[in-house]
Write a protein that binds this ligand. Structure first.
Ligand SMILES: [Zn+2]
Ligand SMILES: [Zn+2]
Length: 355
């Protein structure tokens, strides 16, 4: 959505859904009146995934997902254990922090605020750099990431949302299950989001399609790079191994879990100062603000999805927005959608209906 117009993400969907932002007020009210979801019950079983997948295909899908999710996490545990024995070098830590920042900004600027929401328009070299950086984060290819996230905005915390923590209902046990599901359980489901419907603009962009196609190769690069640098600096295989564990596995795992916490915790815990759409329970969660580069100001984001700044309050530190501001001043991007003070004030005083 980099080459985007003024539409909201939900309005750019190829197929209209009256339960999203589309249609007149009367049409949306009519859709709500016949909508069976009450904001508290478990999502209906009719939305269970398509059962046409063969057992073999399911095994491959789950196996790949386990490798991408569990592998880095084991690396994070291993790194914690190594830290206890001071088994790391400043090269390992420097590489880990550097790659965390580069891939983290690749996700927040490249995949999220740029490609998904069209919050700014970068010059082509910057656009390529951001999309490649995001692809190094082990969070799926660009096309799928954008499609899934737009679907999340279109059906936030209601049936159709790919990763709502309210999926099993609002009772205590349902909330615990829902939190695990929203964090990473949803990744294991056979519930693909059709990019033809949710990301037609991405599919029409040759650079985006090409970067998306290189996702498997970029995963290999993401792991290989720290090992090669570690070897070059230390001259030993041990140096290559510790750099791989710290700046490869542990760095990927930390960013994955911070990003997934925005899906899980930032729809359950925290403040909700700004009005959002019906049933949308996105929250602002300050403890994650620095590690998520401002993405945990999620209530502010859901209240105005295409805005380049997610932290809406004066003291809400939003590192991604600061980087966007710097890049705008350097002339690397334009058409940045900065918050409108009047609209923000209106959202702060408006109430989200029926919650
Ligand atoms: Zn959300
Ligand atoms: Zn978003």
């Amino acid at each position: 959505m980099y080459e985007s117009d003024d539409r909201e993400p939900a309005e750019s969907l190829a197929t209209a859904d009256l339960l999203t932002e589309r249609g007149s007020a009367a049409e949306r009210k009519a859709a709500r009146d016949c909508d069976p979801y009450d904001g508290a019950s478990a999502f209906p079983e009719s939305l269970e995934p398509d059962a046409s997948e063969t057992p073999r295909a399911a095994m491959v899908r789950v196996g790949v997902t386990v490798a991408l999710v569990v592998g880095p996490f084991l690396g994070l545990v291993l790194a914690a254990w190594m830290a206890w024995g001071r088994n790391f070098t400043y090269t390992d830590l420097g590489l880990a922090v550097g790659l965390y920042v580069v891939t983290g900004l690749g996700i927040t600027l490249g995949f999220h605020r740029g490609a998904t929401h069209g919050s700014f328009r970068p010059k082509p070299p910057l656009k390529l750099a951001l999309l490649v950086s995001g692809s190094l984060a082990f969070q799926g290819c660009l096309v799928d990431w954008v499609a899934t996230h737009r679907r999340h905005h279109a059906f936030t915390d209601r049936p159709g949302d790919p990763h709502s923590p309210y999926r099993y209902g609002t009772g205590a046990w349902a909330q615990i299950r829902g939190l695990a599901f929203a964090h990473s359980g949803w990744l294991f489901r056979n519930d693909p989001t059709p990019p033809e419907r949710y990301a037609p603009d991405v599919l029409a962009d040759p650079m985006m399609v090409r970067v998306s196609g290189y996702f498997p190769a970029l995963c290999v690069v993401s792991f290989l790079l720290p090992a090669v640098v570690g070897f070059a600096v230390s001259g030993s295989l041990h140096g290559a191994l510790t750099a791989f564990i710290w700046a490869g596995l542990a760095r990927v795992a930390l960013l994955q879990h911070v990003t997934w916490s925005v899906n899980s915790l930032c729809h359950m815990v925290g403040e909700r100062p700004y009005a959002t759409r019906r049933f949308d329970r996105a929250t602002d969660l300050w403890p994650l603000a620095v590690l998520s580069f401002g993405e945990s100001w999620h209530n502010g984001h859901h209240s105005d999805p295409s805005c380049a700044r997610h932290g809406r309050g004066r003291h809400q530190l939003d590192i991604s927005a600061s980087v966007i501001r710097g890049m705008e001043r350097l002339g690397w991007m334009n058409n940045v959608r900065w918050p409108n003070a009047d609209a923000t004030a209106r959202r702060a005083t408006a109430r989200t209906p029926e919650q």
